[in-house]
Design a protein around this ligand. Structure first.
Ligand SMILES: NC(=O)c1ccc[n+]([C@@H]2O[C@H](COP(=O)([O-])OP(=O)(O)OC[C@H]3O[C@@H](n4cnc5c(N)ncnc54)[C@H](O)[C@@H]3O)[C@@H](O)[C@H]2O)c1
Length: 305
């Protein structure tokens, strides 16, 4: 991936094999590889760290970089626990650096278009929203061992999207999880969740990571219901239904999309010295949707966020 604003000055991985393969794929990385972030930062002058380590390493690695004066763009989820995520945000504030989470799903044409439709009141006041996510990827690695792989590693994309699309934040959740008898993952890969949001909005989430028949797109299939009509986002795109009239909606055009747009937002937030759209502080609200869902599953009752 190339960027007009950013240049790769070093790549760090504790695994030599991965570094070797990266150089084979991208020969321009020759001579820029390191096996320790601390050692790298002693030798290389950098403005920012793009942190793509697994979630349990996000706190340690992000704080090393923040202490050395780098801004950090970290992959979702911000961290593996709320406490660790709060620590990263606190350290970013202490060192006066930006911490942004790569919630790339919302940086796309379709969610940006739906947000606009809702903000302009085209489907009226929203009352409820339904999301269905079904996929069955055959993961190995850390995901295969996680206790709640969908909820911990994937649902954060949908939760962040829900806050973005609905333009408001959740206040409570009731959650259930289970493991179908054919599941190839160790933890519970299926969930039903009911969130209450501010402004009396209700969000119904059903997700599975071991679906063998029906597959949805990665962002899932969304239906948002207001007092004037409905917006549907499915594998075909956006549909708006008002007074029984169904209309296909052409998404707005964007100069940049997805990770290109989130990288650009990261850059702009530094240049303009402002909070990035998906700052660590903002992202704590999306991350709480994950951990409060877990709490609800364990307690077997609705919990406040
Ligand atoms: N936004 C998205 O759509 C998206 C997609 C895939 C993965 N992710 C996220 O990206 C992150 C990484 O996921 P992945 O699937 O690429 O994981 P991975 O295990 O394939 O790769 C992570 C790499 O980090 C290295 N590493 C571990 N600890 C390190 C440390 N302390 N210092 C340097 N390197 C270290 C590992 O050796 C490994 O090569 C996760 O947070 C994941 O949720 C996001």
């Amino acid at each position: 991936m190339s960027s007009k604003e950013w240049e790769v000055v070093a790549i760090v991985d504790i695994n030599q094999e991965i570094l070797k393969k990266s150089v084979e794929k991208y020969p321009s990385l020759e001579g820029k590889t390191y096996t320790s972030l601390k050692d790298c930062l002693k030798k290389v002058k950098a403005d920012a760290l793009l942190n793509v380590t697994p979630p349990s390493f996000h706190k340690e690695t992000s704080i090393i970089a923040l202490k050395e004066g780098l801004h950090v763009l970290v992959e979702k989820p911000l961290s593996d626990t709320i406490k660790n995520a709060e620590k990263i945000v606190e350290q970013a504030e202490k060192y006066g650096r930006k911490i942004m989470v790569s919630q790339n799903y919302r940086y796309n044409r379709i969610p940006r278009t739906i947000r606009k439709i809702i903000e302009q009141g085209e489907i009226g006041k929203i009352s409820w929203c339904i999301l269905n996510f079904q996929k069955g990827p055959r993961f190995g690695g850390f995901r295969a061992e996680m206790p709640f792989p969908l909820l911990i590693d994937m649902s954060i994309h949908h939760f962040d999207l829900s806050r973005y699309l609905l333009g408001t934040d959740p206040v409570s959740v009731y959650a259930e999880s289970w493991k179908p008898h054919w599941s190839w993952l160790k933890g519970d890969p299926c969930v039903f969740l009911i969130f209450d949001f501010e402004k009396d909005i209700h969000f119904n989430y059903s997700g599975s990571w071991v679906s063998v028949g029906k597959d949805t797109q990665w962002p899932g299939i969304w239906e948002i219901y207001g007092d004037k009509g409905t917006v549907i986002w499915d594998n075909q795109g956006i549909k708006k239904v008002v007074e029984g009239k169904e209309e296909n909606i052409e998404p707005i055009t964007l100069e940049r999309e997805d990770r290109y747009l989130s990288l650009y937002e990261f850059y702009r937030s530094i240049i303009e010295d402002r909070e990035p759209e998906t700052s660590g502080k903002d992202n704590l609200k999306s991350l709480k949707m994950v951990f409060k869902s877990l709490e609800s599953i364990k307690k077997g009752r609705k919990v406040n966020l």
